[in-house]
Design a protein around this ligand. Structure first.
Ligand SMILES: Cc1ncc(COP(=O)(O)O)c(C=O)c1O
Length: 370
């Protein structure tokens, strides 16, 4: 499904040079590369601030905590989807926030705005929007609906871990909500050589809070100025790798998009590859197929890997059975139906033309014979 060694092969010399320089500098944490990457990434996304962190789940947790601290602890619920791999829910549970699950649109598998509006209530603390599989949720439209329902102050967190570079109109995801999070897990559209993540925002109060929370609550060395701080630093080697790869992001996104388009064309209407409205990117090549298990067997017989992102809805996870959640008033019918149909095909920039051709041929054969 992915191969990080091929990413290294593609950029071997610049990555080795950046890593070697970093090691030789002796500044392995909180150094100039981390600051430079944060500045470059804020500029790329279009926000005033970017805080480098250890990973994308910490980013979600710290974004939620900063929002609760900045706005007083009003509300105990977060509204989110149930099909996005559990990352936002896992962060929310650290803070004792109760997830309220809303449905998705079938063709895109992205959050459905009307479900959010129907779920709003006096306990709502925030909404988490996940730009899943590369698809961009129309956050400005959602903001308008939430405002019209009388919740002007309600914060929206964008989880952009699967959508580096996607836009809605001319604005990039990450700049559309109150605060946003990214993961740079190695297989992401912009991936590090290990764990890394960031928070981006244009709100100076949230920025300052996250800056403190990520290092023990310090305002300066050994001076704790806010409670609930912890350690979540991006290390300097990851920042050096990300600085090397950021200028390549658009090209890498184009490669994923071309692979996805080739699959969609070959499959015709026999398998529904997801369709996104806005100017999205492609992270995973996800399709809906009513005969998913048969399709997976057919592809497996042709030595083509498939996967399912994600096989269990957050509301059905065993480990969270004892933890509270609610289903929003409009239900989660589409999420429930889709979980048995979603299938992911290989899609990453380093697939060779021959490999893509094999998948395309197999999809065309399935179309002809099924
Ligand atoms: C949508 C989404 N959010 C959050 C995360 C968590 O990021 P990390 O693995 O860096 O903690 C991931 C993936 O890993 C993700 O896909």
């Amino acid at each position: 499904m992915n191969d990080a060694a091929r990413a290294f092969d593609a950029f071997r010399e610049p990555i080795l040079a950046a890593v070697t320089e970093t090691l030789a500098s002796g500044a392995w944490l909180n150094g100039s590369r981390t600051r430079k990457f944060a500045d470059a990434f804020a500029q790329f996304v279009g926000t005033k601030y970017c805080v480098p962190l250890a990973n994308g789940t910490d980013a979600l947790e710290l974004a939620m905590r900063a929002l609760m601290m900045a706005r007083g602890t009003k509300g105990s619920e977060i509204i989110t989807v149930t099909n996005a791999g559990g990352y936002a829910v896992s962060a929310a549970r650290q803070l004792g926030l109760v997830p309220v699950f809303v449905d998705v649109e079938r063709e895109s598998q992205l959050l459905e705005a009307r479900g959010v509006v129907a779920a709003l209530g006096p306990k709502t603390a925030m909404v988490v929007v996940t730009h899943l599989y590369g698809g961009a949720v129309d956050v400005p439209q959602l903001r308008g609906l939430i405002d019209a329902a009388g919740y002007r102050d309600l914060p929206i967190i964008e989880d952009c871990a699967q959508a580096h570079g996607a836009t809605v109109g001319s604005a990039r995801v990450g700049s559309l909500g109150t605060i946003a999070t990214f993961s740079f897990y190695p297989t992401k559209n912009l991936g590090a050589a290990g764990d890394a993540g960031v928070i981006v925002t244009s709100d100076s109060k949230l920025y300052e809070l996250v800056e403190r929370l990520r290092q023990y609550g310090w305002s300066s060395r050994y001076q704790v100025s806010v409670p609930n701080g912890r350690n979540s630093r991006m290390d300097e080697i990851q920042a050096a790798v990300l600085l090397t790869l950021l200028p390549q992001l658009e090209t890498m996104n184009d490669k994923r998009r071309r692979i996805f388009d080739a699959y969609r064309t070959a499959a015709g209407d026999r398998i529904s590859f997801l369709a996104f409205k806005s100017n999205s990117v492609v992270h995973l090549a996800v399709a809906l197929c009513r005969e998913r298990e048969r399709l997976r067997g057919f592809l497996d017989d042709r030595a083509i890997a498939t996967d399912v992102h994600y096989p269990v809805l957050d509301c059905d996870q065993m480990g969270w059975r004892g933890s509270p959640h609610r289903i929003g008033p409009r239900g989660i019918e589409i999420s429930r139906a889709s979980v048995a149909e979603i299938v992911t095909l290989p899609c990453f920039p380093w697939l060779t033309d021959v490999e893509v051709g094999r998948v395309v041929d197999a999809l065309a054969e399935w179309r002809r014979t099924n």
